[in-house]
Design a protein around this ligand. Structure first.
Ligand code: S3P
Length: 171
């Protein structure tokens, strides 16, 4: 079984993927981490030195590879993954359990304002403009996220509660 988690930065994809993988006895695969390992540098550096197009191309290739592999796993994507190339089409593939972790703008803003510098897409946005940026960006991207087969509204739920919901959904 392959589970793919999608959603905006800060919605908790990585934490939920790790917890879900533990509970299901499966591997957790984080797309951003695999890209960083391959390039041997952090994402911020990849964006800075190679540019976003290089990152998106690699992201697309690695996402495709992970989905074509035989092994089961919980794949945690980057916030932009479904929005580039034809990546959103993979979310509809047979045998793929794609799930959109849908978070309200306020929750995303509260989380992201504390870790702006680690995230190349928002590093240069001033804090006073961040909430509006997230709202617009999320609106533009929603069309891609909702290509996932299932949606879970995360609001104020803990990772454990989200995982319980996911396990019910996948049962
Ligand atoms: C991005 C989100 C990041 C990472 C990259 C681009 C985006 O992943 O892939 O910085 O375009 O939203 P997270 O959603 O895990 O932060």
């Amino acid at each position: 079984m392959k589970v793919v988690l999608v959603g905006y930065m800060g919605c908790g994809k990585s934490v939920v993927a790790r917890e879900l993988a533990k509970r299901m006895g499966m591997k957790s695969l984080e797309l951003d981490e695999i890209i960083e390992k391959k390039c041997q540098m952090p994402l911020t550096k990849i964006f800075e030195t190679k540019g976003e197009l290089y990152f998106r191309t690699l992201e697309h290739e690695i996402f495709k590879q992970l989905l074509n592999e035989e092994a089961d796993g919980i794949i945690s994507t980057g916030g932009g993954t479904p929005c580039y190339f034809n990546n959103h089409e993979f979310l509809q593939q047979n045998g793929i359990y794609s799930i959109y972790l849908k978070a309200p703008v306020e929750v995303l803003y509260q989380r992201l304002k504390k870790e702006k510098t680690k995230r190349p897409m928002i590093a240069k946005i001033h804090e006073e403009d961040l909430k509006e940026f997230i709202a617009k960006h999320l609106f533009e991207r929603s069309n891609y996220y909702t290509k996932a087969k299932f949606t879970i509204a995360i609001a104020a739920k803990s990772p454990a509660e989200i995982v319980d919901e996911l396990l019910n959904l996948l049962a």
